[in-house]
Ligand binder design. Structure first.
Ligand SMILES: [Zn+2]
Length: 210
């Protein structure tokens, strides 16, 4: 690899949707398609960017949640560690991003419930698991960039998330990481708007210097 490449690893830990049932939500329905759309947008802007999609299509999140420390010894997490090690070894001048992509059910207007507690208007949430009083700086920069570039800033929400072991591991390698959650309800977030948001994230990724 040449020097100063940008490498973007997009991770989808909850994409095992074959186990989803009508009564039980077991996966993130819109996460993998969003990850792929983000990847396409990045490559449209910069064909030299190295993009890797790493999805978990086989293990139901109710069996084991790949974002938690308990999953470190699963083959999916061990392979991810190998990818991290490989990327780290290539070249220290690379900018390496690890993006954790999820989706949430959205607001249920029939029952007036907000299962995800992300807020009624939220189309895209950024979760940050920092244990300090300030956000990680890349998370805050992404949030600021998005609210400054959308017509209605209150569709973007920055929320404190649970401790995230994939991001913890990525940061231990010196990689830069953020987590996004997209609204799964297509009436609340149409594909066109979602793609515009993902294009903004792609622009941010190619612009921001960690
Ligand atoms: Zn998820």
């Amino acid at each position: 690899m040449a020097e100063n490449n940008i490498i973007i690893l997009i991770i989808v830990p909850h994409s095992a949707c074959q186990y989803d049932t009508i009564t039980q939500r077991r996966c993130d329905k819109r996460a993998k398609s969003s990850a792929m759309a983000l990847l396409n947008n990045i490559q449209r802007l910069n064909s030299k960017a190295i993009c890797i999609l790493y999805a978990n299509d086989n293990v139901d999140r109710r069996q084991i949640d790949m974002n938690r420390n308990i999953s470190r010894n699963t083959s999916w997490r061990r392979n991810l560690s190998l990818v991290f090690e490989y990327l780290k070894k290539q070249n220290n001048n690379n900018i390496i991003w690890v993006i954790d992509v999820h989706s949430f059910p959205g607001y249920d207007y029939k029952t007036n419930t907000d299962v995800s507690k992300f807020g009624k208007k939220t189309k895209l949430a950024i979760l940050d698991d920092t244990k300090y009083s300030t956000w990680h700086k890349e998370t805050e920069a992404l949030f600021t960039y998005l609210i400054n570039n959308v017509d209605e800033p209150d569709i973007i929400n920055l929320i404190r998330g649970s401790k995230n072991d994939i991001q913890d591991e990525a940061r231990s390698f010196g990689f830069t990481s953020f987590l996004i959650e997209v609204n799964e309800n297509k009436q609340q977030l149409q594909d066109k708007t979602l793609n515009e948001l993902l294009m903004l994230i792609a622009k941010f990724l190619l612009k921001y210097k960690p």
